[in-house]
Design a protein around this ligand. Structure first.
Ligand code: GCW
Length: 615
């Protein structure tokens, strides 16, 4: 196999470095199979039979090899599944394989100047100098990587649409968008575009009021022009009335009114409108103890169930706050049965170590999907962790999360360990057992030092890397823990903010009571004294100390274990990852000392085991 120590082949070491250029998925599937089988030195014949449209495929055995039946792009998924299995020394999956979610989306947060919001892997490979500007060969490599795990839709531009990106749908840029869509199409990948709700008011009109007929006509015309160039555009993605983005509130309209106007422009072309539900008061005064940020989305949207058109999809972050290490599921995911919804996950490690610290998202996704009312969710999206670094993710091992996301979106289930192993076997085969183990415990290690018992936002303001327990305490964003000398946390039970009442039973009852609330979420839901007894008899503060000492040791262990793998890992990969584990170990020590000292100074309670806590 063709391993490359720059990480650029990711988990596709069974394929040559250049992804083929083809006009159909069928052609592409045949070419990938031809090259892949040769590189794997396999003598089997693989026939590819196109039978119709669609994403499904079926692989069956023949006397001389295999046959893949499927549609466009189903056969391509079949080709990758077959090659991946053979490269791992396994039998290809048999029987009909169909994706659970019809759209499996990757949202990039790339800005037009080439920077990436919350990007930890270099610059954008879509945009440069305020233009869509890309290397077609690199895009094909990227598209192949996504297609190999079944991702079939991408939005290249940031949901925070700021000028000049508000002109992305305008003539001139559309031809560039079309060129991108044309490259992605044979890989079965469709484009989605993030738009600015106020666009008409920057391009010819003096309003963007959704009930104004000229505004609706403007969107219908602009959308028609875009569909002329890109007939399979998936639709638009919108962040409205959120964190300074414009939206219907400016005109005294509801989100249903705003979303439906856009959805009607898309409807004749079969497009969908993805409307993000990340809406809250981002100017909360810290003295205001009544407003409770996690309640915001449910309070705002659930009364509007039934008011959204059928091509509107509400896109909801997995948790009610904002991609913290540990959050309960957003209650909105259980609600609004008459509205289409998408689950939004974050791959970009904004709050989970920024692709410096190791945090494999598989176990988190497993936990989320396992508890999700799947019948109530129709689509899935994740915020990308990719950039122009040669290894795509900055941290080579962060590729495993992208891999797991694609597999999860296809299966509608996450088997974190299995997906980690598949990734490791194809990417770092000589160390696959050890690396799988490291991936699987990485999240727990990070959580131990960075998110005690479900308290979020202990991070440094703005950068969101490293500890700062009061960094957000007196700020505007509604992310408080309100620690004093007696207790810490927000009471979100029915005696407190009442947030727990947004959940259906039995979850509501479970979360409402500190005795039944999962310990990992204890301080998310409850305000408790430092000597609150935990299930195993330790006090709450002792548990925080223990977790931080253990977490810092866990980070040291990851570093030590990596050093032992030196001879089993390509040198470039080894060195890149080594320097990240060294930074992680230092970061974990900082978290340990800052958080332990913070709790000690607040509570006045020492460590029962006499370890060093700086006074
Ligand atoms: O997590 C927060 C990030 C913002 C981001 C926002 C969002 C794109 O800090 O950078 O903006 O979420 O999801 O819209």
């Amino acid at each position: 196999m063709g391993f490359r120590s720059d990480g650029s082949l990711a988990w596709l070491a069974y394929l040559p470095g250049e992804a083929p250029s083809a006009t159909t998925s069928m052609e592409l599937a045949r070419e990938e199979l031809r090259q892949g089988l040769r590189q794997l030195r396999r003598a089997e014949t693989v026939d590819v039979i196109a039978d119709g449209q669609g994403q499904a495929y079926a692989i069956s055995k023949t006397d001389t090899g295999y046959v893949i039946n499927g549609g466009e792009p189903g056969v391509l998924y079949g080709a990758y599944a077959l090659l991946s299995a053979l490269s791992r020394g396994e039998q290809p999956p048999e029987g009909l394989r169909e994706p659970h979610f019809p759209l499996r989306i990757l949202n990039h947060w790339d800005n037009m100047d080439g920077t990436i919001e919350r990007g930890y892997a270099g610059r954008s490979f879509f945009f440069k100098k305020n233009h869509l500007s890309f290397d077609p060969a690199r895009i094909r490599q990227y598209a192949r990587m996504l297609a190999s795990v079944g991702i079939n839709c991408i939005s290249p531009n940031n949901v925070n649409v700021r000028p000049p990106m508000d002109g992305l749908l305008m003539q001139g840029n559309v031809s560039e968008l079309k060129a991108l869509a044309d490259i992605l199409r044979p890989f079965g990948i469709r484009l989605l575009v993030s738009i600015d709700f106020s666009m008409p008011s920057h391009h010819g009109l003096n309003t963007a009021d959704p009930l104004n007929e000229e505004v609706a006509a403007w969107w219908a015309r602009t959308t028609g022009e875009v569909y002329c160039a890109i007939p399979d555009l998936a639709g638009y993605l919108v962040k409205a009335d959120s964190e300074y983005r414009p939206g219907p509130f400016t005109y005294g309209r509801t989100h249903a009114q705003g979303a439906n106007m856009l959805a009607r422009a898309l409807k004749p072309h079969g497009g969908l409108l993805f409307w993000r539900c990340f809406v809250y008061n981002h100017k909360q005064d810290w003295r205001d103890t009544v407003t409770d940020r996690p309640k915001a989305a449910f309070e705002h949207y659930s009364p509007q169930d039934g008011q959204f058109d059928d091509n509107v999809v509400l896109q909801i972050k997995n948790g009610p706050l904002d991609f913290q290490v540990r959050e309960p599921l957003s209650p909105l995911l259980f609600a609004m049965p008459r509205t289409r919804k998408a689950l939004e996950l974050q791959l970009a490690q904004e709050y989970t170590g920024q692709q410096i610290d190791l945090f494999y998202h598989g176990p988190q996704y497993e936990d989320i999907i396992e508890h999700l009312p799947l019948g109530n969710i129709q689509y899935i999206a994740a915020v990308s962790n990719l950039g122009d670094d040669s290894n795509w993710c900055g941290h080579d091992l962060a590729q495993a999360s992208l891999y797991a996301y694609g597999r999860t979106a296809w299966e509608g289930a996450c088997r974190a360990q299995e997906f980690a192993r598949e990734w490791a076997q194809t990417t770092l085969p000589e160390a696959s057992e050890e690396v799988t183990g490291m991936l699987m415990r990485s999240g727990a290690v990070y959580e131990q030092y960075a998110a005690p018992l479900g308290i979020g936002f202990l991070v440094r303001p703005n950068s969101h890397y490293g500890p700062s327990p009061e960094g957000y305490e007196f700020d505007l964003w509604g992310t408080y823990h309100r620690a004093n000398q007696h207790e810490i946390g927000i009471d979100r039970s029915t005696n407190g903010s009442g947030y727990t009442a947004q959940y259906p039973q039995p979850l509501m009852g479970l979360y409402n009571n500190p005795d039944t609330c999962p310990e990992k979420l204890l301080l998310f839901f409850h305000r408790l004294p430092y000597d609150h007894p935990m299930a195993d008899g330790r006090s709450l503060v002792q548990r925080v100390y223990d977790d931080h000492f253990e977490g810092a040791l866990g980070a040291e262990d990851l570093l030590a274990q990596w050093k032992q793998l030196k001879n089993k890992i390509p040198e470039g990969t080894y060195e890149r990852v080594l320097s990240r584990f060294e930074r992680q170990a230092a970061n974990a020590r900082e978290w340990r000392d800052v958080i332990n000292t913070y709790f000690y100074r607040k509570s006045g309670i020492g460590d029962a085991r006499g370890r060093l806590i700086h006074p």
